[in-house]
Design a protein around this ligand. Sequence first.
Ligand code: TRP
Length: 337
Amino acid sequence: MVTDRPRVLSGIQPTSGSFHLGNYLGAVRQWVSLQETHDAFYMVVDLHAITVEQDPATLRENTRVSVAQLLGVGLDPERCTLFIQSHVPEHAQLGWVMNCFTGFGEAARMTQFKDKSGKQGADRTTVGLFTYPILQVADILLYQADQVPVGEDQRQHIELTRDLAERFNSRLGQTFTVPNPYILKETAKIFDLQDPTSKMSKSASTPKGLVNLLDEVKTSTKKIKSAVTDTGTVVSYDEQEKAGVSNLLRIHSAISGRSVPELVEHFEGRMYGALKTELAELYAEWVAPIQQRTRSYLDDPAELDRVLARGAEKARAVAGETLATAYDRIGFLAAKR
Ligand code: TRP
């Protein structure tokens, strides 16, 4: 597809069976709206997933479920290019090249690596985890992406992408678009229902704080109804004093599309229970069609495979061209057939 629209590219790891509300409201939801205005490329980054140990059957299943969910929440293969990273060999190929343009010290300064490796210890940390950001650089540059929609935690990786693109371009001639981060907005702040001061995350201390989109709806509505709130009664927005209530208001707002002040007015004179009950109902109605669409793709593996084959083909057309240019600039002798 040839278009004048700016190009966006983003990726999500297939490391869990279900997306949670934080993933969805933080990132994936904006992927869905960007496909209307941008030339959008989205991928499930299975190469990145193996930077930590994966069980093969689980990885395969999670990859399939991730794709089905992306389709389930509204990505449309007619409007975007959706693919699996390992289906496009150019990622690993350009990843190697980018490794050779990155300083060791430069890579060692990546804070996400320092955090993760600090927790695991050096012996359990793979070299792949160390070069993870550099593979991400290759992901982005292969598609000449103008913008990269990601959460705040990925800002440093986008900075690295810009640095490496500029370095390559200035040494060897204009080859890569220097991308801009497109940091996703504040509604992204979805916190744990049991610990409303920390981000909703699958590594939460208790599963009760985590709303998984594919869980049975009843399980999730129960979690919403037993969300932690303070001892007050008045529904109002105060991130410090009323972290739990404020989190519920943000979730409500993100799903209903109504502003937080409007919701505060709506709940005037009613207590926390009313907010929880209404949010639980709203969530149940909202998630049902998502689950249904996801299931329909999981029940039709042949259709899912067709979508992925087409996605990989569209992705390779772009990635292949960029890689060929990069190889030529580097001085690799062209392989003649
Ligand atoms: N590192 C990203 C994350 O954890 C995932 C990712 C991999 C990505 N490759 C990408 C995001 C390319 C944007 C562009 O969220």
